[in-house]
Design a protein around this ligand. Structure first.
Ligand code: NDP
Ligand code: OXD
Length: 308
């Protein structure tokens, strides 16, 4: 029986139990064995240092995360062993819900009204229709695509930006760095769903924020590395931005002394926009194993040169 190691996650036992159902002809283990026998499949989140290198006969790394920058940066995935990143319906639904919640809360002034409630201030704001708001989504992949499509379905005027041309129903799409300024120009909401790569680091800086409509709202569900924090804070301070919803940060957990914690105009969530659920993720990973054993390339293999 080929072995699947489910490693380095608090809920490894729950994942292992589901794997035993999905792959009954495999041996599912949660600890690195010391018998020297091959472990062809490793299911990992953030693996313990040295874990992957210690596995004899490793063939495939199944990432519990969509973002794999930590796996690539660790240098611990043996050369030639593909990484399959997590793309599953639960992750998509989670991100669609989280982004829609943030955008709607800002669009319908819920955050501003909650503040006014403290002062018992009955002060209606100018309520706009969704189509009067431009939302630009950076990233039009497994998550950005459905997010942009859902925002368009709600009625927003949506643009999506990617590296290569993508089609998203009801959405104006832009591809390549040369179109970035146009994609974000005049946007009321900027949603980041880009992976952390050398090309996306510090992308959201003062120059980009200044291209948005005055009083815009920034939503970051991608990675903290995309944002120049001091520029975001300065833009909040001077009114170029009216708020931000941030789920991901340069340092996680967000340090207790980080200025984001104290800001009324920033919604901090603890990297929970789209968690990986056992119920939806194991089937996808089991399918990758099956395909691999039929000598097929599983979907969503990471391109190490691109970094995602
Ligand atoms: P995908 O790889 O499916 O999509 C990434 C998108 O970003 C693609 O459209 C890609 O373009 C685009 N992109 C990448 N680099 C560039 C670039 N240099 N310029 C322009 N566009 C670029 O990833 P997912 O949608 O599955 O996930 C996106 C990210 O979301 C993950 O990498 C992870 O960091 C984050 N995430 C956060 C979670 C959370 O809970 N906060 C949960 C899950 C993921 P192209 O289409 O041309 O390839
Ligand atoms: C992911 C994440 O990349 O949870 O899957 O951030």
């Amino acid at each position: 029986m080929k072995r699947v190691l489910v490693a380095a996650r608090a809920d490894a036992d729950a994942f292992a139990a589901e794997f035993r159902v999905a792959l009954p002809d495999h041996e599912i283990i949660t600890n690195v064995p010391d018998d020297g026998l091959p472990v062809p499949y490793a299911v990992v989140g953030r693996p313990l240092p040295g874990l992957l290198a210690a596995l004899p006969g490793l063939e495939l790394v199944l990432s519990l995360n969509a973002g794999v920058e930590h796996l690539i940066a660790s240098g611990e995935v043996p050369a030639g062993v593909p990484i399959v990143r997590m793309v599953d319906p639960g992750l998509v639904d989670g991100m669609v819900e989280w982004v829609a919640a943030q955008v709607l809360a800002w669009h319908r002034n819920l955050i501003a009204y909650r503040r006014k409630q403290d002062a018992r201030a009955w002060e209606p704001a100018a309520e706009k229709l969704a189509h009067e708001r431009i939302v630009t989504v950076l990233g039009a992949g497994a998550l950005g695509g459905p997010v942009a499509a859902m925002l368009a379905t709600i009625g927003f005027t949506v643009r999506a930006w990617s590296r290569t041309p993508r089609a998203v129903p009801g959405v104006a799409t832009f591809a390549g760095r040369e179109t970035l300024a146009e994609a974000v120009s005049g946007a009321d909401v900027l949603v980041n769903l880009l992976p952390a790569t050398a090309d996306t680091v510090d992308l959201i800086d003062r120059a980009l924020l200044d291209r948005l409509a005055r009083g815009a709202f920034v939503v970051n569900g991608g990675r903290g590395t995309a944002i120049v924090d001091k520029d975001l804070i300065a833009a909040l301070d001077d009114g170029q931005l009216s708020g931000a919803a941030l789920d991901v940060f340069h340092t996680e957990p967000l340090p207790a002394d980080d200025p984001y914690w104290l800001r009324e105009d920033v919604l901090v969530s603890p990297h929970v926009a789209a968690p990986t659920h056992v119920s939806t993720a194991v089937g996808v990973m089991a399918d990758s194993v099956r395909r691999w054993e039929r000598s097929e390339t599983p979907p969503n293999v990471v391109d190490l040169d691109r970094g995602y």
